[in-house]
Design a protein around this ligand. Structure first.
Ligand SMILES: [Zn+2]
Ligand SMILES: [Zn+2]
Length: 250
């Protein structure tokens, strides 16, 4: 089937009202996913450094949630904030360890000196080398310039993923398209695995990634590199993740 006609079975980046500036509940997001014929979503609330964001202990609190909601598998995750070039983040390791899937993101309004390309790249590489982090969020953002080749190379070495965030195709992140195309072509050239994610802040956005899928089709991106296209493939990545974490020396 053509990529532009496909919806990933698992949306790896979604927010609820708990993030403080999103508008839907977990149940509403899951119902939306079910309506679209999807099988899972990652619950990835913002860390506390974002105004009104979830508390740092959110990964602990999320353990009270059932495995599935409205028939949709809810993977308990987080989108932590990278706060500076030293790699300070807003979720302590003890809580990060409780996540099933963790995104590391730079949010431009709270990241000073983001015009420093080399330092931006280094902090992203540091995140990719942290075994408890799975993926960089919206790292194609042209307002945080960085070396895509170095990031893709390190992601490959570490067995990590890179996110293709649908908001980079929309007015939410204006001017992103040239950078996004470069990022995608770099992933394609190195056969880097990716996740296509909505970054939903409202339930109608869950799984709504048609513009990104259309762009991937146009760029002839290999379907097999999209880890969340099927739940089976995503679950296999999570098994890899568990093995990676088990191998960490005490
Ligand atoms: Zn984000
Ligand atoms: Zn987000």
């Amino acid at each position: 089937m053509q990529l532009s006609k496909m919806i990933p079975e698992v949306d790896t980046h979604t927010h609820t009202v708990i993030s403080g500036h999103a508008w839907s509940t977990l149940t509403e997001n899951c119902l939306a996913a079910r309506t679209r014929g999807m099988k899972g979503l990652c619950l990835t609330e913002h860390g506390p450094a974002i105004e009104g964001g979830a508390p740092a202990y959110i990964p602990h609190s999320q353990r009270m949630l059932p495995e599935t909601v409205e028939g949709i598998r809810v993977y308990k995750g987080v989108e932590l904030n990278i706060l500076d070039h030293r790699g300070t983040v807003d979720i302590p390791l003890e809580y990060l360890k409780l996540c099933e899937f963790a995104i590391a993101s730079i949010h431009t309004h709270m990241f000073p000196e983001r015009d420093k390309r080399e330092e931006n790249t280094e902090v992203y590489l540091k995140m990719l080398r942290n075994p408890y982090l799975d993926i960089l969020g919206h790292a194609d953002d042209p307002t945080v310039p960085c070396d895509f080749e170095a990031m893709v190379r390190t992601a490959g070495e570490e067995g990590k993923l890179l996110e293709l965030n649908n908001n980079s195709t929309t007015a939410h992140r204006p001017g992103s398209l040239p950078s996004l195309r470069k990022y995608i072509l770099c992933c394609k050239a190195h056969r880097q695995r990716v996740c296509v994610a909505s970054d939903a802040h409202f339930h109608t956005m869950v799984g709504s990634v048609e513009p990104m899928m259309t762009l991937l089709e146009e760029l002839d991106f290999p379907q097999e590199l999209i880890v969340n296209l099927t739940k089976e493939r995503f679950d296999n990545y999570l098994k890899e993740r568990i093995r990676r974490i088990r191998a960490i020396p005490d």
